[in-house]
Design a protein around this ligand. Structure first.
Ligand code: UDP
Ligand code: MG
Length: 315
């Protein structure tokens, strides 16, 4: 079978109300691009009729592929499963709830054609509740700080990737991760386009506050080890402070005699804090090693080679 030029990956979790409309709009929108495509729908353990609908749709249209999870593993796991079976040269991710209009896919694909590796999207006129927008802004700031990857909209999943980047993602052996940030680490040229954003057509957001918090922890721990190093810094400051205090106490004792500073009780404190500092430092040092082990076990690819140029490879 020939490989399609474009793969669209869509995670689906209890979206029975949105699926018919999604497919009705998506297929013509993709057809209008004038290239061969496949749509990979990953059913992330839906408990409603989503799977039934997907199965019926796949029966009618050979360009649809349905992957069915045995339970709910989360949006990013679902997208990964889609990535693993995507065969297109360009891979686009999309939400099933029609918040990202499928008609905008063309814009992203055009950017990839211009030579970008990853194309993100920024939601203009975001149609979410105020609370959700504030939460997102907070998340965006924290993410930029902890990961060092600047994206203007981390939450928007309407994104296009070149195949090499997706392959690098698939060979990163880590369990919890955040796809947009990981992808940007492997991408040479990244750009963003503005896309329209609609209100969730039907159904409820599948992200509870707890799921958002969990996602944030994933983000923080999978892209930096500074929380582990924090103890080291704290210990260093504490020990240095305690040493300073000890010097002052010693000086006072020499100047004012034995009675100064409650006959040495404060000295005891200085010694104590010095050792507590040393303890913190050692915990931090352990953290440093654990951080390195953690980096190592993920086995992320170290680089992607775009091409090898030598005289032999030229005809
Ligand atoms: N989703 C999923 N598994 C989950 C949660 C969400 O596959 O555990 C899918 C969901 O069906 C949708 C997309 O991820 O296609 C985004 O979810 P949602 O619209 O609820 O997120 P929000 O727009 O509120 O951030
Ligand atoms: Mg949504």
């Amino acid at each position: 079978m020939v490989e399609p030029q474009l793969s669209v990956v869509i995670p689906v979790f209890n979206e029975e109300e949105n699926l018919p409309e999604l497919l009705r709009r998506l297929i013509p929108a993709l057809g209008a691009l004038g290239r061969s495509f496949e749509v990979i729908l990953v059913n992330d353990g839906s408990r409603d009729r989503s799977l039934e609908l997907l199965r019926a749709a796949a029966d009618r249209d050979p360009r649809l592929v349905v992957i069915d999870f045995n339970r709910n593993y989360g949006q990013h796991a679902a997208v990964f499963a889609g990535f693993e079976s995507a065969r297109g040269a360009v891979i686009v991710t999309l939400d099933a709830d029609l918040q990202n209009p499928p008609e905008e896919i063309g814009k992203l694909v055009a950017k990839i054609d211009e030579g970008f590796d990853v194309v993100g999207s920024v939601r203009v006129q975001r149609q979410d509740s105020l609370f959700r927008r504030l939460a997102s802004r907070l998340v965006n700031k924290a993410t930029a700080l902890t990961t060092g990857v600047q994206l203007s909209d981390y939450g928007c999943m309407l994104r296009a990737y070149r195949r090499e980047v997706v392959q690098a993602l698939c060979s990163s052996h880590e369990i919890s991760t955040f796809i947009p940030v990981l992808a940007d680490m492997f991408a040479g040229r990244v750009t963003e386009v503005e896309v329209a954003h609609a209100e969730r057509a039907r159904g409820e957001s599948k992200y509870s506050l707890w799921k958002l918090v969990k996602l944030q922890f994933d983000l923080m721990t999978s892209f930096s080890v500074w929380p582990l190093r924090f103890a080291m810094l704290l210990g260093l400051i504490m020990s240095a402070g305690a040493m300073g205090v000890a010097v002052v106490l010693l000086g006072g004792r020499l100047l004012y005699g034995q009675q100064w500073a409650v006959s040495g009780v404060f000295t005891l404190f200085a010694v104590l804090f010095f050792f507590i500092g040393v303890l913190f430092f050692s915990v931090g040092l352990l953290g440093e090693y654990i951080g390195r082990i953690y980096m190592q076990v993920r086995q992320r690819p170290r680089f992607i080679i775009r091409s090898v140029i030598s005289r032999k490879s030229q005809p």
